[in-house]
Design a protein around this ligand. Sequence first.
Ligand SMILES: C[S@@+](CC[C@H](N)C(=O)[O-])C[C@H]1O[C@@H](n2cnc3c(N)ncnc32)[C@H](O)[C@@H]1O
Length: 274
Amino acid sequence: MTETANPNKALWEKGDFGRVADSMRLSGEALVARLGVTPGMKVLDLGCGDGTTALPVARLGADVLGVDIASNLVAAGNRRAGAEGLTNCRFKEGDASHLDDLADDTFDLVVSIFGAMFAPRPFDVAKEMVRVTRPGGRIVMGNWIPNDPTLVAQILKISSSYSAPPPEGFISPMTWGVEDNVTERFGEAGVAADKINFSRETYTFDYPAPPAELLAVFREYYGPTMNAFAAAEASGRTEELQEDLADLFTSQNTSPNADATSIPATFLQVTVTV
Ligand SMILES: C[S@@+](CC[C@H](N)C(=O)[O-])C[C@H]1O[C@@H](n2cnc3c(N)ncnc32)[C@H](O)[C@@H]1O
């Protein structure tokens, strides 16, 4: 199989997710501050992108491995860690559905913020996360919630209404935002329901320009939005999609400053004790 034959990989190597992630850095740091990271802790950041959470974890002295399917984001993560002199943080390519070269019981903490949810075969993903976490360790996932009224769920919902239906058997990443699905998947991986904790948390997208400019970043650099615009263009609906998304970004903006954007988005935080 060639690299481009993997649509999951191709989607995230498209554009440059790092440009979107630049608007998510503060929330990444705030989330990490709540994780109880201590120096020397062994941490895996799965679906790490260019390190929005991996870098703050490393700044706290943990030994961090970031794994991501997109080679451009792995390279960007290694560049960002290198620029900060974080020798305790490295990034490498891998697939959350089969973490072949990671040994059992390796990590104290596995973090996956809007990362592993996008991998195919969710039952395999849950098994792999449990397998590489040491007994007594934790898994923390951040997952977008289907039909939630806030930004990302709505971007993905609007985008899918302009795109061809997914192939038969496709399991939506958004199903990771449904508690029963999460419990079932970790249950199959051997985790009892009472070891899984759920909470609703907020990530805020901050951008130093009006909402239309943040939308332009999504349109140019965010794989799922790029694909939606390609599909809309093919059906002559580009303007309609642009308007739908512009309305969304503008209506969700809470910044009192006309030259800035601040959009809070709700997600499901899942904490699993292995
Ligand atoms: C929305 S981005 C989030 C990135 C990062 N966690 C953050 O908070 O900025 C989703 C990430 O999941 C990665 N990803 C998607 N499918 C994956 C898979 N099968 N295995 C590993 N990473 C994957 C993408 O390449 C992308 O970096």
